[in-house]
Design a protein around this ligand. Sequence first.
Ligand code: HEM
Length: 388
Amino acid sequence: MPRSCPFGPPPQYAQVRREAPISRVTLQDGKQAWLITGHAFAREFLSSDKISSNRANPGFPQLVPGVASVPLKGTIVAMDPPEHSQHRRMITNEFTVKRVKQMRPAIQRITDRSIDEMLAGPRPADLVEALSLPVPSLVICELLGVPYADRGQFQGRTKVILSRNSTSEQRRDTALWLRQYINGLVVGKETEPGEDLLSRLIDKYRGIDAYDRETLTGIGLLLLVGGHETTANMISLSAASLLDDPELLAGLRERPERTPQLVEELLRFHSIVDNATSRVVVEDFELDGITFRAGDGVIVAAAAASHDPDVFERPDQIDVDRGARHHLAFGFGIHQCLGQNLARLELEIVLNTLFARIPDLTLADPVERLPFKSDALVYGIHRLPVTW
Ligand code: HEM
Protein backbone atom coordinates (compact mmCIF):
# COMPACT_ATOMS: atom_id res chain seq x y z
CA MET A 1 0.00 0.00 0.00
CA PRO A 2 1.58 3.31 -1.02
CA ARG A 3 2.10 6.09 1.54
CA SER A 4 0.78 9.55 0.83
CA CYS A 5 2.91 11.17 3.55
CA PRO A 6 6.39 9.62 3.76
CA PHE A 7 6.32 9.82 7.56
CA GLY A 8 2.91 8.28 8.25
CA PRO A 9 1.57 4.79 7.43
CA PRO A 10 -0.34 4.15 4.19
CA PRO A 11 -3.78 5.82 4.39
CA GLN A 12 -5.39 2.62 3.09
CA TYR A 13 -4.70 1.04 6.49
CA ALA A 14 -7.31 3.33 8.03
CA GLN A 15 -9.80 2.36 5.37
CA VAL A 16 -9.14 -1.38 5.80
CA ARG A 17 -9.43 -1.03 9.60
CA ARG A 18 -12.72 0.83 9.32
CA GLU A 19 -14.16 -1.85 7.03
CA ALA A 20 -12.84 -4.81 9.05
CA PRO A 21 -10.07 -4.72 11.67
CA ILE A 22 -9.43 -8.38 10.78
CA SER A 23 -9.51 -8.93 7.03
CA ARG A 24 -8.43 -11.35 4.36
CA VAL A 25 -5.52 -10.45 2.05
CA THR A 26 -3.65 -12.11 -0.81
CA LEU A 27 0.13 -12.17 -0.52
CA GLN A 28 2.61 -11.77 -3.37
CA ASP A 29 3.05 -15.54 -3.60
CA GLY A 30 -0.70 -15.90 -4.18
CA LYS A 31 -1.43 -17.36 -0.74
CA GLN A 32 -4.20 -15.95 1.46
CA ALA A 33 -3.57 -14.61 4.94
CA TRP A 34 -5.35 -12.63 7.66
CA LEU A 35 -4.42 -8.98 8.18
CA ILE A 36 -5.10 -7.48 11.61
CA THR A 37 -5.21 -3.68 11.69
CA GLY A 38 -7.20 -3.01 14.90
CA HIS A 39 -5.25 -2.34 18.10
CA ALA A 40 -7.34 -4.43 20.52
CA PHE A 41 -7.47 -7.45 18.21
CA ALA A 42 -3.75 -7.18 17.47
CA ARG A 43 -2.92 -7.41 21.18
CA GLU A 44 -5.42 -10.17 21.83
CA PHE A 45 -4.15 -12.18 18.89
CA LEU A 46 -0.49 -11.78 19.84
CA SER A 47 -1.30 -12.94 23.40
CA SER A 48 -2.72 -16.25 22.18
CA ASP A 49 -0.91 -19.51 22.89
CA LYS A 50 -2.36 -21.01 19.72
CA ILE A 51 0.01 -19.18 17.38
CA SER A 52 3.57 -19.87 16.27
CA SER A 53 6.58 -17.86 15.09
CA ASN A 54 8.09 -20.86 13.32
CA ARG A 55 9.06 -19.66 9.83
CA ALA A 56 9.45 -23.27 8.66
CA ASN A 57 5.70 -23.89 9.05
CA PRO A 58 4.30 -23.82 5.48
CA GLY A 59 1.43 -21.56 6.60
CA PHE A 60 3.77 -18.82 7.91
CA PRO A 61 3.09 -15.73 5.75
CA GLN A 62 5.98 -15.01 3.37
CA LEU A 63 5.94 -11.26 2.82
CA VAL A 64 8.83 -11.37 0.40
CA PRO A 65 8.52 -14.51 -1.73
CA GLY A 66 11.57 -16.74 -1.70
CA VAL A 67 13.27 -15.37 1.41
CA ALA A 68 12.05 -18.08 3.78
CA SER A 69 15.11 -19.62 5.35
CA VAL A 70 15.80 -21.95 8.22
CA PRO A 71 16.78 -19.70 11.13
CA LEU A 72 20.07 -20.31 12.91
CA LYS A 73 20.10 -21.94 16.31
CA GLY A 74 19.49 -19.30 18.98
CA THR A 75 17.13 -17.22 16.83
CA ILE A 76 14.58 -16.83 19.59
CA VAL A 77 12.32 -14.60 17.50
CA ALA A 78 11.45 -17.68 15.42
CA MET A 79 11.00 -20.06 18.39
CA ASP A 80 7.88 -21.15 20.25
CA PRO A 81 7.47 -22.08 23.91
CA PRO A 82 8.81 -23.93 25.79
CA GLU A 83 12.11 -23.52 23.87
CA HIS A 84 11.55 -19.77 23.43
CA SER A 85 10.83 -19.18 27.12
CA GLN A 86 13.93 -21.13 28.18
CA HIS A 87 16.27 -18.95 26.12
CA ARG A 88 14.43 -15.66 26.64
CA ARG A 89 14.66 -16.19 30.40
CA MET A 90 18.45 -16.42 30.07
CA ILE A 91 18.82 -13.18 28.08
CA THR A 92 16.11 -10.96 29.53
CA ASN A 93 18.18 -9.80 32.53
CA GLU A 94 20.67 -8.21 30.16
CA PHE A 95 18.05 -5.74 28.96
CA THR A 96 16.36 -4.53 32.14
CA VAL A 97 16.02 -0.76 32.55
CA LYS A 98 18.69 -0.91 35.27
CA ARG A 99 21.20 -2.85 33.20
CA VAL A 100 20.58 -0.70 30.11
CA LYS A 101 21.08 2.49 32.17
CA GLN A 102 24.62 1.36 32.85
CA MET A 103 25.27 1.71 29.13
CA ARG A 104 24.44 5.43 29.13
CA PRO A 105 28.08 6.67 29.33
CA ALA A 106 29.14 4.33 26.52
CA ILE A 107 26.22 5.38 24.29
CA GLN A 108 26.96 9.05 24.98
CA ARG A 109 30.63 8.55 24.12
CA ILE A 110 29.78 6.72 20.88
CA THR A 111 27.27 9.41 19.91
CA ASP A 112 29.67 12.26 20.66
CA ARG A 113 32.44 10.65 18.66
CA SER A 114 30.19 10.10 15.65
CA ILE A 115 29.05 13.73 15.79
CA ASP A 116 32.69 14.94 16.17
CA GLU A 117 33.58 13.05 13.01
CA MET A 118 30.59 14.40 11.13
CA LEU A 119 31.46 17.98 12.15
CA ALA A 120 35.04 17.49 11.02
CA GLY A 121 33.92 16.25 7.60
CA PRO A 122 32.40 17.92 4.53
CA ARG A 123 28.99 19.58 4.34
CA PRO A 124 26.37 18.48 3.54
CA ALA A 125 26.83 15.21 5.41
CA ASP A 126 24.71 12.08 5.20
CA LEU A 127 23.26 11.61 8.68
CA VAL A 128 22.55 7.93 7.96
CA GLU A 129 26.26 7.24 7.33
CA ALA A 130 27.52 9.61 10.02
CA LEU A 131 25.18 8.78 12.90
CA SER A 132 22.25 6.41 12.31
CA LEU A 133 24.33 3.42 11.20
CA PRO A 134 27.44 3.70 13.42
CA VAL A 135 25.73 4.39 16.76
CA PRO A 136 23.61 1.21 17.04
CA SER A 137 26.37 -0.91 15.52
CA LEU A 138 28.97 0.37 18.01
CA VAL A 139 26.49 -0.01 20.88
CA ILE A 140 26.08 -3.67 19.93
CA CYS A 141 29.90 -3.99 19.84
CA GLU A 142 29.91 -2.64 23.39
CA LEU A 143 27.16 -5.05 24.43
CA LEU A 144 28.76 -8.14 22.89
CA GLY A 145 32.27 -7.19 23.97
CA VAL A 146 33.82 -6.72 20.50
CA PRO A 147 37.45 -5.60 21.09
CA TYR A 148 38.13 -1.92 20.21
CA ALA A 149 40.65 -2.90 17.53
CA ASP A 150 37.95 -4.79 15.59
CA ARG A 151 35.13 -2.25 15.89
CA GLY A 152 35.91 -0.31 12.74
CA GLN A 153 35.83 -3.47 10.66
CA PHE A 154 32.73 -4.82 12.44
CA GLN A 155 30.88 -1.56 11.83
CA GLY A 156 31.98 -1.44 8.19
CA ARG A 157 30.65 -4.95 7.62
CA THR A 158 27.30 -4.32 9.28
CA LYS A 159 26.89 -1.36 6.93
CA VAL A 160 27.37 -3.57 3.85
CA ILE A 161 24.36 -5.67 4.83
CA LEU A 162 22.10 -2.63 4.98
CA SER A 163 23.41 -0.68 1.99
CA ARG A 164 21.22 -0.69 -1.06
CA ASN A 165 24.38 -0.50 -3.17
CA SER A 166 25.53 -3.93 -1.99
CA THR A 167 24.95 -6.90 -4.26
CA SER A 168 23.20 -9.97 -2.86
CA GLU A 169 26.53 -11.78 -3.09
CA GLN A 170 28.26 -9.09 -0.99
CA ARG A 171 25.45 -9.27 1.53
CA ARG A 172 25.68 -13.05 1.77
CA ASP A 173 29.49 -13.00 2.16
CA THR A 174 29.26 -10.29 4.79
CA ALA A 175 26.57 -12.13 6.75
CA LEU A 176 28.84 -15.18 6.72
CA TRP A 177 31.78 -13.07 7.85
CA LEU A 178 29.76 -11.62 10.75
CA ARG A 179 28.57 -15.04 11.79
CA GLN A 180 32.12 -16.37 11.77
CA TYR A 181 33.33 -13.28 13.58
CA ILE A 182 30.75 -13.67 16.37
CA ASN A 183 31.54 -17.37 16.56
CA GLY A 184 35.23 -16.51 17.04
CA LEU A 185 34.27 -13.98 19.69
CA VAL A 186 32.28 -16.63 21.55
CA VAL A 187 35.17 -19.12 21.33
CA GLY A 188 37.53 -16.50 22.80
CA LYS A 189 35.19 -15.69 25.67
CA GLU A 190 34.81 -19.35 26.61
CA THR A 191 38.32 -19.28 28.04
CA GLU A 192 38.84 -15.55 28.58
CA PRO A 193 35.55 -14.04 29.72
CA GLY A 194 35.11 -10.28 29.89
CA GLU A 195 32.54 -7.86 31.28
CA ASP A 196 30.04 -8.39 28.47
CA LEU A 197 26.77 -10.07 27.56
CA LEU A 198 28.31 -13.03 25.69
CA SER A 199 30.64 -13.87 28.58
CA ARG A 200 27.80 -13.67 31.10
CA LEU A 201 25.58 -15.86 28.93
CA ILE A 202 28.30 -18.53 28.52
CA ASP A 203 28.53 -18.62 32.29
CA LYS A 204 24.76 -18.80 32.77
CA TYR A 205 24.23 -21.57 30.20
CA ARG A 206 27.12 -23.55 31.64
CA GLY A 207 25.55 -23.11 35.07
CA ILE A 208 22.49 -25.07 33.94
CA ASP A 209 24.54 -27.46 31.82
CA ALA A 210 23.00 -26.17 28.59
CA TYR A 211 25.88 -24.34 26.94
CA ASP A 212 26.04 -24.64 23.17
CA ARG A 213 28.44 -22.49 21.11
CA GLU A 214 26.26 -22.41 18.01
CA THR A 215 23.20 -21.24 19.99
CA LEU A 216 25.19 -18.44 21.58
CA THR A 217 26.54 -17.39 18.17
CA GLY A 218 22.95 -17.29 16.91
CA ILE A 219 21.86 -15.16 19.88
CA GLY A 220 24.73 -12.72 19.24
CA LEU A 221 23.82 -12.47 15.58
CA LEU A 222 20.12 -11.98 16.36
CA LEU A 223 20.96 -9.10 18.69
CA LEU A 224 23.00 -7.53 15.91
CA VAL A 225 20.36 -8.07 13.24
CA GLY A 226 17.45 -7.12 15.50
CA GLY A 227 19.09 -4.09 17.04
CA HIS A 228 20.97 -2.47 14.18
CA GLU A 229 18.73 -1.73 11.20
CA THR A 230 15.71 -0.99 13.40
CA THR A 231 17.43 1.54 15.63
CA ALA A 232 19.32 3.07 12.70
CA ASN A 233 16.11 3.70 10.77
CA MET A 234 14.38 5.11 13.83
CA ILE A 235 17.27 7.56 14.33
CA SER A 236 17.03 8.73 10.70
CA LEU A 237 13.24 9.00 10.65
CA SER A 238 13.14 10.76 14.02
CA ALA A 239 15.78 13.29 12.98
CA ALA A 240 13.98 13.91 9.66
CA SER A 241 10.61 14.31 11.41
CA LEU A 242 12.11 16.87 13.78
CA LEU A 243 13.95 18.77 11.05
CA ASP A 244 10.73 18.93 9.07
CA ASP A 245 8.65 20.25 11.97
CA PRO A 246 10.05 23.43 13.62
CA GLU A 247 7.49 23.31 16.44
CA LEU A 248 8.37 19.74 17.36
CA LEU A 249 12.07 20.59 17.26
CA ALA A 250 11.57 23.68 19.41
CA GLY A 251 9.77 21.45 21.94
CA LEU A 252 12.74 19.08 22.08
CA ARG A 253 15.17 21.97 22.60
CA GLU A 254 13.07 23.67 25.27
CA ARG A 255 12.26 20.49 27.19
CA PRO A 256 15.05 17.94 26.65
CA GLU A 257 13.87 16.16 29.81
CA ARG A 258 10.71 15.25 27.85
CA THR A 259 12.69 13.47 25.12
CA PRO A 260 11.74 9.98 26.45
CA GLN A 261 8.07 10.89 25.82
CA LEU A 262 8.94 12.25 22.39
CA VAL A 263 10.83 9.04 21.58
CA GLU A 264 7.84 6.95 22.63
CA GLU A 265 5.55 8.96 20.40
CA LEU A 266 7.98 8.76 17.47
CA LEU A 267 8.18 4.99 17.95
CA ARG A 268 4.38 4.78 17.84
CA PHE A 269 4.03 7.14 14.94
CA HIS A 270 6.61 5.44 12.71
CA SER A 271 6.12 1.81 13.89
CA ILE A 272 8.86 0.94 11.40
CA VAL A 273 8.74 -2.85 11.54
CA ASP A 274 5.17 -2.87 10.51
CA ASN A 275 4.96 -6.55 9.57
CA ALA A 276 7.49 -8.18 11.91
CA THR A 277 4.68 -9.60 13.98
CA SER A 278 3.56 -12.26 11.51
CA ARG A 279 2.44 -15.62 12.84
CA VAL A 280 0.95 -18.94 11.82
CA VAL A 281 -2.01 -20.42 13.70
CA VAL A 282 -1.32 -23.87 15.21
CA GLU A 283 -4.68 -24.60 16.84
CA ASP A 284 -8.14 -23.33 15.84
CA PHE A 285 -9.46 -20.41 17.87
CA GLU A 286 -11.95 -17.58 17.58
CA LEU A 287 -11.48 -13.81 17.71
CA ASP A 288 -14.22 -11.27 16.96
CA GLY A 289 -16.45 -14.06 15.61
CA ILE A 290 -13.75 -15.14 13.14
CA THR A 291 -12.33 -18.63 13.32
CA PHE A 292 -8.59 -18.77 12.81
CA ARG A 293 -7.76 -22.27 11.62
CA ALA A 294 -4.54 -24.18 12.21
CA GLY A 295 -2.23 -23.41 9.28
CA ASP A 296 -3.63 -19.90 8.64
CA GLY A 297 -1.02 -17.17 8.16
CA VAL A 298 -1.65 -13.93 10.04
CA ILE A 299 0.01 -10.52 9.65
CA VAL A 300 -0.42 -8.02 12.43
CA ALA A 301 0.14 -4.57 10.93
CA ALA A 302 1.82 -2.79 13.82
CA ALA A 303 1.72 0.62 12.10
CA ALA A 304 -2.04 0.27 11.56
CA ALA A 305 -2.66 -0.83 15.16
CA SER A 306 -0.47 2.01 16.47
CA HIS A 307 -2.65 4.45 14.51
CA ASP A 308 -6.00 3.06 15.67
CA PRO A 309 -8.14 6.12 16.55
CA ASP A 310 -10.05 4.08 19.17
CA VAL A 311 -6.86 4.14 21.23
CA PHE A 312 -4.83 7.09 19.93
CA GLU A 313 -6.80 10.27 19.35
CA ARG A 314 -5.74 12.09 16.17
CA PRO A 315 -3.32 9.22 15.47
CA ASP A 316 -1.64 10.90 12.51
CA GLN A 317 -0.32 13.77 14.62
CA ILE A 318 2.86 13.57 16.65
CA ASP A 319 1.70 14.51 20.14
CA VAL A 320 4.47 14.29 22.74
CA ASP A 321 2.00 14.55 25.63
CA ARG A 322 -0.28 11.68 24.67
CA GLY A 323 1.57 8.99 26.70
CA ALA A 324 1.80 6.50 23.84
CA ARG A 325 3.34 3.55 25.70
CA HIS A 326 0.86 0.91 24.54
CA HIS A 327 1.74 1.22 20.85
CA LEU A 328 2.82 -1.83 18.87
CA ALA A 329 6.18 -0.64 17.53
CA PHE A 330 7.93 -3.25 19.67
CA GLY A 331 5.29 -5.92 19.09
CA PHE A 332 3.26 -7.51 21.88
CA GLY A 333 3.14 -10.79 23.79
CA ILE A 334 5.94 -13.24 24.45
CA HIS A 335 8.17 -11.97 21.62
CA GLN A 336 7.85 -8.29 22.50
CA CYS A 337 11.16 -6.61 21.66
CA LEU A 338 13.89 -7.65 24.05
CA GLY A 339 16.04 -4.63 23.23
CA GLN A 340 13.34 -1.97 23.62
CA ASN A 341 14.88 -0.27 26.66
CA LEU A 342 18.19 -0.07 24.87
CA ALA A 343 16.58 1.31 21.71
CA ARG A 344 14.74 3.97 23.73
CA LEU A 345 17.92 5.06 25.47
CA GLU A 346 19.90 5.23 22.22
CA LEU A 347 17.21 7.36 20.60
CA GLU A 348 16.99 9.69 23.60
CA ILE A 349 20.75 10.25 23.76
CA VAL A 350 21.20 10.63 20.00
CA LEU A 351 18.36 13.14 19.56
CA ASN A 352 19.23 15.26 22.58
CA THR A 353 22.93 15.32 21.71
CA LEU A 354 22.50 15.95 18.00
CA PHE A 355 20.23 18.97 18.37
CA ALA A 356 22.08 20.42 21.36
CA ARG A 357 25.46 20.18 19.69
CA ILE A 358 24.36 21.40 16.24
CA PRO A 359 21.63 23.99 16.90
CA ASP A 360 21.56 25.13 13.26
CA LEU A 361 21.24 21.65 11.74
CA THR A 362 18.93 21.63 8.70
CA LEU A 363 17.89 19.27 5.92
CA ALA A 364 20.05 19.77 2.82
CA ASP A 365 17.33 18.28 0.59
CA PRO A 366 13.57 18.84 0.90
CA VAL A 367 11.57 15.96 2.41
CA GLU A 368 9.96 15.21 -0.99
CA ARG A 369 13.40 14.37 -2.38
CA LEU A 370 14.50 12.06 0.45
CA PRO A 371 14.88 8.41 -0.58
CA PHE A 372 12.46 6.66 1.78
CA LYS A 373 12.62 2.85 2.05
CA SER A 374 9.15 2.16 0.77
CA ASP A 375 10.09 -1.31 -0.49
CA ALA A 376 11.89 -2.60 2.60
CA LEU A 377 10.60 -4.71 5.48
CA VAL A 378 11.92 -2.14 7.93
CA TYR A 379 10.79 1.37 6.98
CA GLY A 380 13.36 4.15 6.99
CA ILE A 381 15.48 6.46 4.85
CA HIS A 382 18.40 5.42 2.67
CA ARG A 383 20.16 8.79 2.79
CA LEU A 384 19.56 11.90 4.90
CA PRO A 385 21.64 14.89 3.68
CA VAL A 386 22.01 17.52 6.39
CA THR A 387 23.99 20.70 6.73
CA TRP A 388 24.69 23.29 9.44
C1 HEM B 1 11.81 -8.44 18.79
C2 HEM B 1 11.12 -3.97 17.00
C3 HEM B 1 15.49 -2.62 18.68
C4 HEM B 1 16.40 -7.21 19.90
C5 HEM B 1 11.23 -7.33 18.21
C6 HEM B 1 9.87 -7.27 17.71
C7 HEM B 1 9.68 -6.03 17.20
C8 HEM B 1 10.92 -5.29 17.38
C9 HEM B 1 8.42 -5.49 16.55
C10 HEM B 1 8.81 -8.38 17.82
C11 HEM B 1 8.94 -9.43 16.75
C12 HEM B 1 7.85 -10.48 16.84
O1 HEM B 1 6.86 -10.30 17.53
O2 HEM B 1 7.98 -11.50 16.15
C13 HEM B 1 12.26 -3.23 17.29
C14 HEM B 1 12.41 -1.80 17.01
C15 HEM B 1 13.64 -1.43 17.48
C16 HEM B 1 14.25 -2.61 18.06
C17 HEM B 1 11.36 -0.93 16.33
C18 HEM B 1 14.31 -0.09 17.48
C19 HEM B 1 13.72 1.07 17.41
C20 HEM B 1 16.11 -3.73 19.21
C21 HEM B 1 17.40 -3.76 19.84
C22 HEM B 1 17.67 -5.07 20.15
C23 HEM B 1 16.52 -5.85 19.74
C24 HEM B 1 18.29 -2.53 20.09
C25 HEM B 1 18.88 -5.67 20.84
C26 HEM B 1 20.09 -5.22 20.76
C27 HEM B 1 15.24 -7.92 19.69
C28 HEM B 1 15.13 -9.36 19.96
C29 HEM B 1 13.80 -9.71 19.64
C30 HEM B 1 13.14 -8.49 19.18
C31 HEM B 1 16.22 -10.26 20.50
C32 HEM B 1 13.17 -11.10 19.76
C33 HEM B 1 12.49 -11.28 21.09
C34 HEM B 1 11.78 -12.62 21.24
O3 HEM B 1 11.54 -13.29 20.24
O4 HEM B 1 11.48 -12.98 22.37
N1 HEM B 1 11.85 -6.10 18.00
N2 HEM B 1 13.39 -3.68 17.91
N3 HEM B 1 15.59 -5.01 19.18
N4 HEM B 1 14.04 -7.44 19.23
FE1 HEM B 1 13.68 -5.54 18.67
